[in-house]
Design a protein around this ligand. Structure first.
Ligand code: FE2
Length: 485
């Protein structure tokens, strides 16, 4: 599509909507290795490596929009930072399904919220489209594009060329691999899981070497056909928190409802906390508690008394799914606010000791230093709204640092019409408790995306470097920092 046509389409789509809608109005445009102009500041000397980000790059085709934000085709941004300069490239993950849809220039597959076109019987037995759009895992020789409904896709870590589905030496096609793996900072081992739906719904837990090859697995039964998006590594434990969602299997099998529409919120079922021994993969305890929903955890650890402490973004119900579905319209209206909470449990007695809010603003995308996974955190970083009454259709306009000891908040508010994505922490290789935050910011006033770098301990000082990107990067989900070896 020509630049002028895209501008026209963007203006038409975004009319009467918040400025962030301009970032998703047209499919993302790929670009090859491009030197990024330094618009202000200076790239810090110690920052050497690659920022990867994943997210739905294409939400529409031939005027048809996908039914849920989660169904957009995955596009990967890589920003290589080296010796005070930066280059970037952006590529779609070339899944088989994307290639088939490109060939016909129409959507062909069902997905999380998407229904394949045509008669229902044509949907029977057809697996959903693997959109490879949720996060990345950087391995020594490849980059994985992750999507929780299937196997990962392997990409060249420099060119982002897609190499194909990658079963990590342990996945069959029916086994799924979630988009939130956790890497033990001491051993380099990678923990992850997949939810397997069927007559017996269970979580398959994986442990991989640093290479990514899976060498240990176990199955843990779930209380029902629920959805688990993320989990926690906390000292000696893996924690899974299962929300009171139940999937209606019949309409899925008949092809009359999408997965998203077939998930029912059943608060009377309560939320279930499952504690697993990380070395044996044996179940330690299961705790039934109040109903809530969470997509994400920031981290977990064992305190001095041997209790488990977990920080997470909590929602009262599953309305958040409706808000995320409506993102594709550019004007979501479902009320859904997540707040940062802290949970403390005793794994021996199976009791919840404490479960309270930590931060009063609507927030998401909590991240930490990857060097602190499973241990007490120095700080949590997250995206949040600048005030509690911010309109429901708005995206986050601030990033904050919440001190792990004092809970003191340091916040960075972006100018009006500027929206940061999830911030990624890049540790300073020379100083243990120092690092930088990198985020991609969309400026709806200028129709421009930038990479912005902050000193993690001085967020309120503003960006220390701003780099211009050659194309708009649509809002995405998750990413990673891979330090230069
Ligand atoms: Fe996520």
């Amino acid at each position: 599509m020509q630049t002028q046509d895209r501008d026209t389409q963007r203006d038409q789509f975004a009319q009467g909507k918040p400025l962030w809608a301009r970032a998703i109005a047209t499919p993302a445009t790929e670009f090859g290795p491009t030197a990024l102009p330094l618009l202000s500041g200076q790239i810090p000397e110690g920052l050497q490596g690659t920022l990867y980000r994943n997210g739905p790059g294409r939400l529409s085709r031939q005027g048809q929009t996908v039914d849920h934000w989660f169904d957009g085709d995955g596009g990967i941004l890589a920003v290589h930072v080296d010796d005070g300069g930066a280059t970037a490239c952006y590529r779609y993950v070339q899944t088989q399904e994307l290639q088939a849809e490109e060939a016909k220039d129409q959507f062909l597959y069902s997905g999380y919220g998407q229904m394949a076109p045509g008669p229902v019987w044509k949907r029977w037995g057809v697996p959903p489209k693997n959109v490879a759009n949720t996060s990345v895992l950087a391995l020594p020789d490849k980059l994985l594009a992750l999507w929780e409904g299937g196997n990962p896709h392997a990409l060249d870590p420099v060119t982002l060329e897609t190499q194909g589905l990658d079963p990590l030496s342990g996945l069959t096609p029916k086994l799924t691999y979630s988009a939130h793996p956790k890497r033990d900072p001491h051993t380099g081992n990678i923990y992850n899981f997949g939810v397997i739906f069927g007559p017996k719904t269970y979580i398959q837990i994986y442990c991989s070497h640093a290479s990514g090859d899976i060498y240990r697995q176990a199955s843990i039964p779930l209380p029902g056909l629920s959805m688990v998006h993320d989990f926690v590594l906390a000292g000696r434990y893996l924690i899974f928190i299962v929300p009171p969602l139940r999937l209606q299997m019949l309409p899925i099998l008949l092809g009359t409802k999408s997965l998203s529409d077939a998930l029912q919120w059943q608060p009377h079922q309560g939320t279930q906390i499952i504690v697993i021994d990380r070395d044996t993969f044996k179940e330690v305890t299961r705790i039934d508690t109040d109903p809530w929903f969470q997509w994400h955890f920031s981290n977990g650890h064992e305190d001095a008394a041997g209790n488990i402490v977990v920080d997470y973004v909590r929602y009262d119900d599953f309305q958040t799914n409706q808000w995320l579905k409506e993102v594709v319209t550019g004007y979501p209206q479902a009320p859904a606010t997540g707040k940062l909470w802290q949970l403390q449990i005793n794994p021996q007695s199976g009791q919840v000791l404490h479960n309270e809010p930590l931060f009063n603003f609507g927030c998401e995308f909590p991240v930490i230093s990857s060097l602190e996974t499973g241990q007490k955190t120095t700080a949590i970083y997250l995206n949040h709204h600048s005030h509690t009454q911010r309109p429901v259709e708005e995206m986050f306009d601030c990033i904050a640092r919440i001190d792990g000891k004092t809970s003191a908040v340091t916040s960075m508010a972006f100018p009006s019409g500027c929206y940061p994505m999830e911030a990624i922490y890049a540790p300073d290789p020379n100083t243990f408790d120092q690092g930088w935050l990198l985020t991609v910011v969309f400026d709806g006033n200028q129709d421009q995306s930038t990479v912005q770098i902050f000193s993690a301990n001085q967020l309120d000082a503003g960006p220390i470097a701003v780099l211009g990107l050659p194309e708009i990067i649509p809002f995405g989900f998750h990413g990673a920092w891979q330090a230069r070896a």
